[in-house]
Ligand binder design. Structure first.
Ligand code: FES
Length: 231
């Protein structure tokens, strides 16, 4: 067993565990996007970033790929970590502003505005579809090509694939292909109104973590029934 400390709490985990595994064992919430149980960790989105102290040095690493090490000190919510996460969410929003998953992450992390140029890409390059196709569907019908800004996901030789069974698993797992946010706000704005498919009633706000801001916004936009408090 390896013993490390997360936010000052000692924890023992098995050899081969990641920092994320150890944090989850302790019930510490670290946001993730490209990490899904059952698929190989890929470390694409970096949203699971945490700060580690190794000797004198403190640095940021992605917790879903970084192996738990004996004696490691980990901090999951330092100012540096929180700022890094917010910046990453802004970048994701700039790539794919209509993704409900990304909009929800933005709301949950209090990202109000996107300072980067919005390019309305349909892909955030998280690689979930590729891993799903390869590892769970055993089809290997899609993969990454090119590098840098030209990097994208496609079929072998960029032509219609014979091995694709059109099972839809890639679309199922994609955080960008899902229900699009149709909010009334201009590009780059984070409406925060679609965090819950069923808007949470105001009297339940404390229990269910409603991120609507200002409070009651969901009612104005969705026209849902009034709560007892609102009547
Ligand atoms: S969840 Fe760890 S890098 Fe995406």
């Amino acid at each position: 067993m390896l013993e490390l400390s997360i936010n000052g709490i000692d924890v023992q985990v098995e050899e081969g565990s990641t920092i994320l595994d150890a944090a989850r064992f302790l019930g510490i919430d670290i946001p993730t996007l490209c990490h899904v149980e059952g698929l190989t960790p890929y470390g694409a989105c970096r949203l699971c970033v945490v700060e580690i102290n190794k000797g004198e040095q403190a640095r940021l690493v992605s917790s879903c790929t970084y192996p738990a090490e004996h004696g490691l000190q980990v901090w999951t919510h330092t100012r540096r970590v929180v700022e890094a996460r917010k910046m990453l969410i802004e970048l994701l929003l700039a790539m794919c502003p209509s993704s409900k998953t990304v909009q929800d992450l933005a709301s949950a992390h209090n990202v109000q505005k996107v300072r980067f140029k919005v390019d309305y890409s349909d892909c955030i390059l998280c690689g979930l579809c590729v891993r799903m196709c390869n590892e769970q569907m055993d089809a290997r019908a899609i993969g990454f090509i090119n590098r840098g800004k030209d990097r994208r996901i496609t079929t072998p030789f960029d032509v219609k694939s014979d091995i694709c069974r059109t099972c839809g698993a890639c679309m199922y797992i994609c955080p960008a292909c899902e229900l699009r946010c149709q909010g009334p706000h201009p590009p780059g704005d984070v409406c925060g109104g679609c965090l819950n498919v069923e808007p949470v009633c105001l009297e339940e706000e404390e229990q269910k973590m409603c991120f609507m801001d200002p409070c009651g916004w969901c009612y104005k936009e969705t026209g849902r029934r009034k709560t007892e408090k609102e009547k």
